[in-house]
Write a protein that binds this ligand. Structure first.
Ligand SMILES: NC(=O)c1ccc[n+]([C@@H]2O[C@H](COP(=O)([O-])OP(=O)(O)OC[C@H]3O[C@@H](n4cnc5c(N)ncnc54)[C@H](OP(=O)(O)O)[C@@H]3O)[C@@H](O)[C@H]2O)c1
Length: 268
């Protein structure tokens, strides 16, 4: 399949105030795309506007909470009024949570599902009519390696990312006759603000992982997946190893993950 050109592409990108989304917004505008970004922290979006001012593309921002239906509608209306369509929707905004399921407040599961699953699914529903008017349209979902193999003490996040992946797999086939591609990129641990913004998680909680990637690198690989229409991509070697191990040796993987929980002295 021919490469997708980023220049001139009309992109709606969520979660652009930090981490992977912030880097993707910068890389997209550098490549000449027209980008509408969103997140709750307006000051961060203003900083992004300043940093992308002299690039080839354009960047507009609308601050708001994606778990709010009125905000999602505002974003779709903006695309209709200003672009009369949309080429790419990037569902990137998300948040995690860490800690044993039994001990969590009942709200934690719902909050994580709201931002990691319901918000992107409902934003996509609003954007499908716009994408139908787009050029080589695509929906790019930022998943997680934990959408492929779940780990302990992140049950809410794993559930939400598994849901996102299952939903994406289903609408990929539904939307294919309309020419709308559904892509998914699954990073492993990324050095963003993700672990400072965990939902209903004790502030001292730490997440351990064998390695990590920079948000710049994850953004580069995600845009590469968009350019080459990669349908479902796990980004890191460690992530690929965990997925393969879980698939071929599920019991051994359970035992291995259980041993990592037992040896931890933090509250993960
Ligand atoms: N970091 C990792 O280790 C890792 C690993 C695998 C996958 N991922 C996935 O990568 C994506 C980006 O995460 P990141 O690592 O870049 O983390 P991050 O730096 O914390 O960025 C998360 C983004 O989501 C936005 N967001 C969160 N809740 C929101 C809400 N209710 N409404 C609107 N925007 C909201 C945040 O903006 P505001 O706070 O300003 O609203 C921020 O821009 C997420 O989907 C995450 O699940 C991350």
């Amino acid at each position: 399949m021919a490469r997708r050109r980023l220049q001139g592409l009309r992109v709606l990108l969520t979660g652009a105030s930090s981490g992977i989304g912030f880097c993707m917004a910068k890389q997209l505008t550098l490549a000449g795309a027209q980008v509408l970004v969103t997140a709750r922290r307006k000051d961060r979006l203003d900083r992004l506007i300043l940093q992308t001012r002299d690039q080839h593309g354009t960047l507009q921002a609308i601050a708001g909470d994606l778990t709010c239906a009125a905000h999602r509608q505002r974003l779709a209306n903006w695309c209709q009024d200003n672009w009369h369509g949309l080429d790419v929707l990037v569902n990137n905004a998300g948040a995690g949570a860490i800690g044993p399921f039994e001990q969590a407040d009942v709200d934690r599961l719902r909050k994580v599902m709201e931002i990691d699953f319901f918000a992107p699914a409902e934003l996509t529903r609003l954007c499908i009519p716009l994408l139908k008017q787009g050029t080589r349209p695509a929906i790019l979902n930022i998943g997680s390696v934990l959408a492929h193999r779940a780990v302990p003490n992140k049950s809410e996040y794993c559930a939400a990312k598994f849901a996102l992946r299952g939903w994406a797999e289903s609408i990929r086939v539904e939307l294919s006759p309309l020419g709308i591609e559904v892509l998914m990129v699954s990073p492993s641990t990324t050095r963003s603000e993700f672990f400072d913004a965990l939902v209903d998680t004790h502030p001292d909680t730490k997440s351990r992982s064998a390695g990590s990637m920079s948000p710049q690198r994850v953004a580069e690989l995600a845009l590469k997946a968009l350019v080459h229409s990669k349908r479902d991509m796990v980004l890191s070697l460690g992530g690929k190893a965990l997925v393969a191990m879980g698939r071929w040796f599920p019991r051994m993987t359970d035992r291995f993950l259980a041993s990592t929980v037992k040896t931890r002295n933090d509250s993960n």
